[in-house]
Design a protein around this ligand. Structure first.
Ligand SMILES: [Zn+2]
Length: 68
């Protein structure tokens, strides 16, 4: 058995999985980047989302234009 649930009344800890890196981390209201674990992960997620929207148009590479 790999997973063991810790039984500890009083320890109110909520762990969530970071949507970006997939790591489990403590969910805290003090974390401005929740549900992400860190600022970096939030930036990565937003960047990925933005790049997705920018991928609607395929641009030819400069190498194709240099084909003479
Ligand atoms: Zn993360």
């Amino acid at each position: 058995m790999s997973e063991t649930s810790s039984s500890g009344p009083g320890a109110k800890r909520l762990e969530v999985r970071c949507p970006s890196c997939g790591d489990m981390h403590l969910y805290s209201l003090d974390n401005p980047y929740r549900p992400f674990c860190s600022k970096g992960c939030k930036a990565i997620d937003l960047g990925a989302w933005a790049s997705e929207s920018y991928r609607v148009e395929a641009k030819p590479t400069s190498e194709d234009l240099l084909d003479d």
